[in-house]
Structure formats: C-alpha cells, structure tokens
Design a protein around this ligand. Structure first.
Ligand code: 3H9
Length: 698
C-alpha cells in the first residue's frame, strides 16, 4: 500500500494503520494513503468494515505543521474526511495516545470511535494561532454539544479517555489490546447490520446557546487578549448551529486560510518548534544517557522552594524539603498545604489527589536526609556566601552522581561549583515565580557541567511540565539580564518625562499582561532593592544608574501590593493599581535633582526604547553564545515574562519589524542617549547583510 499507511484484511475487516513516525502527522502522502485505503475498502465486497488506527506513540498528532504556508497539496484533509464520512462501510477509529488537531478531525469523520486508557483527544489549533480547519468546528459541536465543543476548541487542552467517553466522543474504552478490541467492535456492528453513523447528520438544537456564546466571548477576550484566532473559532463554531455542513466547512476553510497567513499564527508556530528545538542542546548528543530521577530534594521552603517541591509532587516524584529549623519547616509545609487547598477550592484538584501529593512531600532539618536524592535543588537566599555553604554541605552528604542544582536567578554557577569537589554535577535550574505555575525553566550550563546532567535536567523539565531552555553563565542569564536592560530603559524614561502609568499602558497595549511598574508592585519591590544595594557594593559601574526612583520608593516603605502602595496605590487592600500624585511629585523632584529637563515622551518612543532594548540585549546574548538560538530567547521571554505569544518573542518580533529597521532605530537612540543604547554587533552584522534572526537558526 502507500508509504506510511498499512492495509491488511482481518476476517472481513480492513485494518488501516497510519505509520508515520514520530507522531503520525497527516502530510500529503499520508492523506493520499488513507484515501486510497478507504476507496479500496469501499470497492471490495468482501470487506464489511474498516478500523483506522495509528502505529507508534499515538493515533495522530494532526496536520503536518511544517506544510503550513507552503502551496497546498491534494488530497486536502477536509475533503479526505468528507470522503471517510461518506464511506459505505462503517469506519471505526481506534485511538491510543493522542488524536489531536487533524487527527481528531479524522476520527470525527469516522462513524465510531474506540480508545484505550491512554487515548486523549483535542483540538490544539488555537495554540498555533489557528482554528480546527478540517471540520472540527462543525463536527465536534454536533457530536458532544456546543458548550463542551467550545470548551475543547477554546482551551486547546487534551481530554482524557474517561472524560471523552462521558462526553460521547468515545463510544467505548477498550481494556487490553486496542486493535483486537476495535476489530471485535467492528465484527459486532457488522453482525448487528449497523450502518455508518455520520456525525454530519446529528442535529444541533440552537436554543439556549446565546448565553454560551456570550460567556465564551467574555472568557476568550480575557484569556486570549489581542489574539484573533479565538474570536474566529467562536464565529466558526456559531455557524455549525444554523448552516448546512458544507457551508460551515467553507467558512471554516476561509477563516483557516486567513489565520494561517497571519503573523500571530506564524509566531505561535515558531514557538511550537522552538520549544522542541530547545531540546537539541549543542554539545549534548541525542543519545546522551540521563540520570533516573526517582527522588528529589529542595533546600529552602520559602515561596520558591515550595513551588519547586510542588512540581515534583505533581509529577509523582517524592521530594524532601530542608529548612534551617523546625519552625521554618512547619511554616513552609503548612503554606504548601494551603497552596494545594487553594487548588481544591477552585475545583482544579480533587481532595484525594491533594492528599496523595502532600504525602510525597516530606520535611527535614538534617542534611543527612538528602543522602539518597537523585537531584537536590537549592532555593535559599540570593547570596553567594550562603549558596557556597549549602553546596559544600551537599557535597559532603549527597550520593555520587546526584545532581546538585541551584535556583539562583543571577549568580555565577561556576563559582558556586567551586564549593564542591564535583563541578560536573552542578547546574542551574532557574524557576520563575510562582514556580508551580510559571512554565519556564532556565537550565544553566556551568563551565564543567556534564552532558548527562544537562540532558537530565532538560528531560526533567519535560517530566514536570516545564519548558526547558539551556543558557550560559552571565549576570542574570538570559531572562533577567534582558529584564535589567528593559527595566533600566523604563526607569530612564521616567527620569526624562514619562510617568509609570504611561509606560505601563504602552507595554500592556503591546500585549504584556502588565507593564514593568505594575509588575514590580506585584512581585514586591524590596527584594530588588536589596539586590541592588548588594550589587553596588560588589560591582561598581560607570553606567548611568537607573534605579534612583525605585530606591526612593522602597525607602518610603512602599514595597508594592503587599504594603498597599508601591509605584501605584492599592486602596482597600485591592489589586487594582491606581496612579498616585505622590509618585508623580517624587519623580519630578528626582528629575530636578538630576538636572534633567522633563519633556513629553510619546508612546512610540516608550515602545521602541523598551522593546528594542530587549532585542538589542538578546542580540548581545546570542553574539556571546549565552543562548544557542533566537528561539531559545523567545521561549524564555514568552514563558518566563509574559511576552505576548502572538508576537513570538523579542527575536521573532525583531524579524517581523525587520532587523534593519531595529538597527536604524537603535543607532538613532544610541546617538541621542549614549552608550547604553549602542547597537549590538550581531544586530549590526545581520542588518548589514540583510539577514534575519531566523536565519541564524537554519
Ligand atoms: C492541524 O491539525 C490543523 C487542522 O485542523 C487543519 C489542517 C487543514 N506536525 O511534541 P513532541 C514533531 S494543526 C509536524 O516532542 P511528544 C515535533 O516537532 C496541528 N510535526 O512529541 C517533534 O519533532 P522533532 C495540530 C510535528 O511525544 C516530534 O514531532 N496538532 C507535529 O512529546 C515529536 O514531538 C498539534 O498542534 C505536527 N502536527 O508529543 C499537535 N506534532 O523530534 C502538536 C509533533 O524533530 N503536537 N511534531 O523535534 C503535540 O501536541 C505533541 O507533539 C504530541 C506528541 C502530543 C502529538
């Protein structure tokens, strides 16, 4: 049969198996193969039914995303699915692993769906800036109802076998061999004389859906602010209520074509591939053995330590947390319980699961209790002396081969490693706060970190549901180094004439969840202040100092939301920032003190100075080899700092604007504002050779 699709006949049932590793993506050859198989089965009087399954790790991961943006090749997926649905013989999808995107849509065209316990279905197109483009918006509402279908399409999340059965997506869950079970199911329906049961024939009752759509639009506007695909998803699903299937499919196609060309979808597809590419770490061969992580430990049970421990417990890995004394330990463990209790209260976790996860977390005040841990992550105060003491203690007690990781957000990993006799086992695992929620994990490679250790922490990132990115050692690594540069610009803008709420508004409208000042208030301003005081002692610099205003604010006892005031006011214990005339006066006073004549600053200047500074610092980081590729930097900013996904991250955004344009703007800014805005050599090089950041990845 066709390459990538196997065909065999078993007792009058055609077994059609997609065999296109790694995820059975539905490229042109596979679509043709399935089409041929269905034609053959329909034409063969000896065949009474068809079972369609996938070989390897899943049923199908959907359309081949690498084909998007290229000329479309026949047979088109939507037409193939219409052909499957129209087939004369009953077709049963036998699902194991994921049936997602086009894979899910194929199964919706089948007449019956069975799955084993691993089966999951979903329409993740929204995460690629798309909508389901092969009938998903029209058939899923018919099959499981409008509200449930909108839930699946607008979240992009996958639905497990048990829920799929109760929703009516799966007809049966097979325990034991799936293919045998599906063949038996086929034999049964043939014996019963059952005809093909077509999803397109299911009637939808359009009554009472008004509030469902209104609710979906309101939630979407909040969750996916600024993105066009979610709105198009809703509009297209709405057509399934009233339009005949053919018209609904035509609208779906039109909207899909528009989205696939959009910058937003290109940006989101870039992030999809960047996430996978990040696992190809230079100097770490694919076959590098990893260290099994069966037991973990975390030093410090403060906010960070607790969040890290929760990640392990959520992944089923027992974790020991160490605190200095019993009181601190008890406080930390109680706070961990409260975090879980919050999830139970919100309905996102079952009470029994909370207990099971808490049972995996044990506390200790003795280093000796860490002797059998496969990985220890240190999350103590950001101070080199303290960190070195911890690492010396770990070196004494940990078993040979254990990974000794630090959650430092800026300190030199190589210096930390000198406190041990095993620098090859030392690595950075920089989590972002709240560590149990934020997806980024910056995995910092020290000069002597072994490939096994790096491969293991990258795999661990995946196991605990994080996006892992390997970065090199420098002050602040990738994320915080760029953040310093960006924040400095934001604060210089205040000294020169802008106000915090003006800067924040521009950044919010660009797509960040909040601007740098509201963000500072949320995170708390006192920690940054302490770090700055410490740095000034150890790292004198001739650069213009950017944090005079921030320092004065903290010195007035304004530590952000937690003290009811920071850059903004937070009246009545609320979380909504309110501009404060006192801050305006303070800023004006500092400008006077510094001899700066304040001037009106336009939104465009704010945007360029903040965003181009990010890009410029990213270019320096790339040039120095601290990040391996532009996509790695994009992942860091999207998953660690809320950079808008529809813009693909700072480096992808630079390509969208044009590297030449960014370079010219930086040159002007450099002339106006001096050294700190000097264009990065790599930016200049790319601009002069007419290349993009993307060209560095290929
Ligand atoms: C769609 O279907 C549109 C339709 O509605 C309409 C069309 C007209 N295509 O994630 P992994 C690659 S849009 C091409 O590490 P896992 C991936 O890049 C599609 N390649 O594996 C990686 O390559 P490499 C909607 C794909 O086992 C390798 O496979 N579907 C695709 O952890 C392994 O990937 C989605 O959005 C693809 N569709 O997870 C599904 N999928 O090894 C997205 C994966 O060279 N995919 N690759 O780096 C997933 O969710 C996961 O890949 C899956 C497997 C759960 C399937």
């Amino acid at each position: 049969m066709s390459a990538g699709v196997n065909f065999e006949i078993r007792s009058g049932v055609a077994l059609v198996c997609i065999d296109n590793p790694p995820v059975n993506a539905l490229g042109a050859a596979i679509r043709q193969g399935i089409l041929d198989a269905i034609d053959r089965a329909d034409a063969d009087a000896g065949i009474k039914a068809v079972v369609l399954c996938g070989r390897g790790r899943c049923f199908s991961g959907g359309a081949d995303i690498t084909e998007f943006g290229k000329p479309r090749k026949q047979p088109f997926l939507s037409e193939l699915i219409t052909r499957i649905e129209s087939a004369k013989k009953p077709i049963i999808a036998a699902i194991h692993g994921t049936a997602v995107g086009g894979g899910c849509e194929i199964s919706l065209g089948c007449h019956y769906r069975g799955g084993d316990r691993t089966a999951q279905y979903g329409l993740p197109e929204i995460k690629l800036g798309l909508l389901p483009g092969a009938g998903g918006t029209q058939r899923l509402p018919r099959l499981i109802g409008v509200e449930a279908a909108l839930g699946v399409i607008l979240s992009g999340d996958y639905v497990d076998a048990t829920s799929a059965l109760s929703q009516g997506f799966l007809d049966e869950i097979v325990d034991g061999d799936l293919v045998e079970g599906a063949l038996a199911f086929a034999a049964r329906i043939v014996a019963e004389g059952a005809a093909p049961r077509r999803t397109r024939d299911i009637e939808i009752d359009p009554a009472d859906t008004k509030s469902i759509f209104a609710d979906a639009r309101a939630k979407t506007a909040k969750r996916w602010r600024g993105l066009i695909a979610p709105e198009r998803c809703i509009d297209t699903v709405a057509a399934s209520l009233t339009a005949p299937l053919a018209d609904g499919l035509a609208l779906e196609r039109k909207n899909f074509d528009e989205l696939v060309q959009s910058v937003q979808s290109k940006a989101q597809r870039h992030l999809f591939f960047a996430e996978r590419q990040a696992h190809r770490v230079p100097g770490v061969a694919k076959e590098t053995p990893t260290i099994p992580i069966r037991k973990a430990a975390v030093i410090g049970c403060g906010t960070m330590g607790r969040g890290i421990a929760i990640n392990f417990a959520n992944a089923g890995i027992p974790v020991t947390v160490l605190e200095q004394d019993k009181a601190a330990l008890e406080k930390g463990l109680n706070a961990t319980r409260e975090t879980y209790a919050g999830s139970v209260k919100r309905g996102s976790l079952a009470a029994a699961d909370m207990e099971a996860r808490l049972a995996l977390i044990t506390g200790t005040t003795e280093y000796g209790a860490l002797a059998d841990a496969d990985i220890v992550i240190e999350a103590v105060f950001e101070d080199m002396t303290v960190k070195k003491q911890v690492f010396a203690a770990l070196d004494r007690v940990c078993k040979p081969g254990a990974i000794l990781a630090t959650n430092t957000s800026s300190l030199d990993i190589d210096e930390i490693a000198t406190a041990t006799k095993r620098p090859e086992s030392v690595v950075g695992t920089h989590f972002f706060s709240p560590a149990n929620v934020m997806r980024l994990m910056e995995n910092v490679r020290g000069a002597k970190t072994s490939p096994e250790v790096l491969a293991t922490v990258m795999q661990l990132s995946k196991t605990i549901g994080k996006v892992g990115v390997v970065v090199g050692v420098c002050d602040g690594f990738v994320g915080n180094r760029m953040l310093y540069a960006y924040r400095s610009q934001a604060e210089f803008l205040l000294e020169e004439g802008a106000l915090p709420w003006q800067v924040d508004k521009v950044i919010y409208e660009f797509g960040f969840p909040m601007g740098p000042f509201a963000m500072g208030d949320l995170a708390g301003l006192d920690v940054g202040y302490m770090v700055r005081q410490h740095r000034r002692k150890t790292k004198p610099t001739n650069d213009r100092y950017s944090s005079l205003i921030a320092d004065r604010i903290v010195e007035r006892g304004r530590h952000g939301q937690k003290t009811g005031k920071g850059w903004y006011l937070y009246p009545d214990g609320g979380r909504t920032p309110v501009p404060d005339p006192e801050i305006e006066k303070l800023i004006q006073g500092i400008s006077d003190e510094m001899g700066i004549r304040r001037r009106p600053i336009g939104d465009q200047e704010i945007l360029e100075r903040c965003m181009y500074t990010l890009i410029n610092e990213g270019a320096k980081i790339l040039g120095e080899g601290i990040a391996a590729r532009p996509g790695d930097i994009d992942l860091v900013w999207v998953h660690g700092y809320g950079y808008p996904i529809g813009r693909g991250g700072p480096m992808f955004h630079a390509d969208t604007i044009g590297v030449g344009t960014v370079f010219e703007a930086m040159k002007k800014l450099h002339e106006q504002h001096g050294e700190m805005l000097r264009p990065a050599p790599l930016l200049e090089e790319l601009a002069k050779s007419g290349k993009s950041f993307q060209d560095l990845s290929s």
